[in-house]
Design a protein. Structure first.
Length: 296
């Protein structure tokens, strides 16, 4: 990789893209994080970004500014946004205008699943990359371990793991830290160029099984239960509008009916090691809680 190879990371201050920035920084890559305001800029710099730029995925002119001097892009779309596909197309077009060489897109497992709008919204972006002339890499991660973090406070404090999905439906899952590592591998070498990769950890777990993991990690029982979607959404105070809630409800309904499967072979092959495990992630959450209590 050339010394002047600079990567623009969309969402460099975000919950997921924020994991890509330190992976690139550890590899000596200069990262320009795309942010919205100074608060995000501070977070991105703390994650390891060398510089930040304010830009808007809906504003092609701002994207042209953000991409000046950039040769690599990491793109992840805002979840459930009505115009997520168009924002991705805007970034692909701007990257082509800027002469970007490598483009990594964090898509989703089963993007061709037309029953789920938030999955199908990835298809136009993937299609645009195929015709872009850039060295694209498309990542299709399964349900993320990190989604458990929202439920963890109630698990740790009250021994209750309550969501609107069934307790016995298995899902393929993955730790986004592993996805971030694959993104960094793709942006710093040629091994993954022009590839589309489903990324899943070993096994598929039900919420009942995750509850058992949590009980072992906490050393006390954990009750796993299911609520109706609306009751659950009110309980957790989801910061979503009506359309976004409808999309999430559709995802939960699909999972309730079918689960969501995936295969771990590709991730293991890319990393050259086993993927992080759900048991290890649950133990991390429990250990972090014990540390917080000691430090309080």
């Amino acid at each position: 990789m050339q010394d002047d190879f600079k990567v623009l990371s969309v969402g460099g201050a975000g919950r997921f893209a924020g994991m890509v920035v330190p992976e690139l920084a550890r590899r000596g890559v200069s990262v320009r994080a795309m942010v919205r305001g100074e608060a995000e800029a501070r977070l991105a710099r703390a994650n390891g970004a060398a510089e930040t730029v304010e830009a808007d995925l809906r504003d092609p002119t701002s994207l042209d500014r953000a991409l000046r001097g950039v040769r690599g892009v990491f793109h992840i779309g805002p979840v459930f946004a009505a115009d997520e596909a168009q924002m991705g197309l805007n970034m692909v077009a701007a990257a082509r205008r800027a002469g970007v060489r490598k483009f990594v897109f964090s898509s989703v497992i089963q993007p061709t699943n037309a029953d789920l709008d938030n999955h199908a919204s990835k298809i136009p972006v993937e299609t645009a990359l195929f015709a872009s002339g850039m060295e694209y890499t498309i990542l299709q991660p399964a349900n993320l371990f990190q989604n458990l973090a929202a439920a963890w406070p109630a698990i740790a404090a009250h021994g209750q793991y309550v969501e609107s999905t069934p307790v016995d439906r298995p899902l393929a899952r993955v730790d986004y830290r592993d996805v971030a590592e694959v993104a960094a591998i793709a942006l710093t070498g040629d091994r993954l160029a022009h590839g589309t990769f489903e990324l899943c950890a070993e096994g598929m777990w039900t919420r009942a099984q995750i509850g058992e993991m949590a009980a072992r990690a906490l050393g006390r029982p954990v009750q796993v239960a299911q609520l109706g979607f609306d009751e659950w959404a009110e309980r957790v105070a989801l910061p979503l509008d009506a359309r976004e809630r409808g999309q999430l409800a559709a995802v939960h309904a699909y999972i309730g009916e079918h689960g969501m499967s995936g295969n771990s072979l590709v991730l293991r092959a890319i990393l050259g090691r086993p993927a992080r495990s759900m048991q290890a992630y649950v133990e991390e959450l429990a250990a972090a809680g014990r540390k917080d209590r000691r430090d309080a």
